[in-house]
Design a binder for this molecule. Sequence first.
Ligand code: GTP
Ligand code: MG
Length: 370
Amino acid sequence: PEAITVQELAKRMGERGADLVKALFKMGTPVTITETIDQDTAELLIEEFGHRINRVSEADIDIDTSTDVDAEETLKPRPPVVTIMGHVDHGKTSLLDAIRGASVQSGEAGGITQHIGAYQVSLPDKSKVTFLDTPGHEAFSEMRARGANVTDIVILVVAADDGLRPQTIEAINHTKAAGVPMIVAINKVDKPEAKPQKVREELLQHEIIVEDMGGEVQDVEVSATKKTGLDKLLEAIELQAEILELKANPDRAAEGTVIEAKLDKGRGPLATVLVQRGTLRVGDVFVAGASSGKVRAMIDDKGRQVKEAGPSFPVEVLGLSAVPSAGDPFTVVENEARAREVADYRKGVLDKKRTTAAPVSIENMFSAHA
Ligand code: GTP
Ligand code: MG
């Protein structure tokens, strides 16, 4: 089908027609509910609502969302994706460094994280955890919001010598809006002026009742620099992950999200992609935002070349035509012609969006994938 009415699409998506009209308007396509939209617009809309497109053939897309869900028997356990959030300088990167037994923090310009780093850590029981580090600076709240989108668990880092600060509260609100469980890491408890109990009390004012106060949110006292409390924090993650029973189908075309992207002088456009379902392989053709390409090589967080990446694995992908944006969906498609088509269309919509739509707010970024 080349065209479909908004009404019919809404029915098939199980969404309200009015919501689709609203979303279309935001995308720069003002139509009424009885009007038709073309296939590319329909596809974008489906993605916009967080539904998946099931392509039957190149020309035909099945937008019945009942087929969007992977069958239960195809699902296999996957590692949790944990995002570390908190106020600037409260020790997010230091904590992640301590967990990884490496040092990123000391190599950063001015000690401020400029991007979202993605790392995978093996726990003593051999299971894995994927960590996303987010920048603490106010200007990067947009990326931070996107970080919570792909995340299963948020670790809220609060420095015990500083207490709740504006970005701590922002992170709390993002986490609540995303409906993601939180673990509180009370950091810098090695400092003489540390007041961990005060942090717990301040959290109460934001309706976060930690276990220590009789609530259900796990709280762990840590020191990133003295490396104390780290085992407890990992245990807390393990426990939370067990409750969530995270699963994904690894045996399908890969889908994921761009975590960060940049232009490398020698290697061209690079993107760190978090695979969310399916398995990404060298040679796969993909669309990443308005960019397309073919996976030329993949590099893991330890700098090693890998041939494939399954659910919850972050990999750096080489072979993009242009630099996508953090938060862009990454989708493997059947061939290069199709990839270019989708990428071109998205580019057109993005250009329109930039000139017509209101600036992207944190709220609507959350809802795009919720
Ligand atoms: P942004 O990325 O800028 O938001 O900062 P961040 O939250 O990643 O903080 P970062 O890890 O860069 O740490 C900020 C400062 O706090 C550094 O000077 C760290 O050495 C220090 N720091 C972090 N954790 C601890 C801790 O447990 N104890 C003490 N005493 N200092 C810490
Ligand atoms: Mg940092």
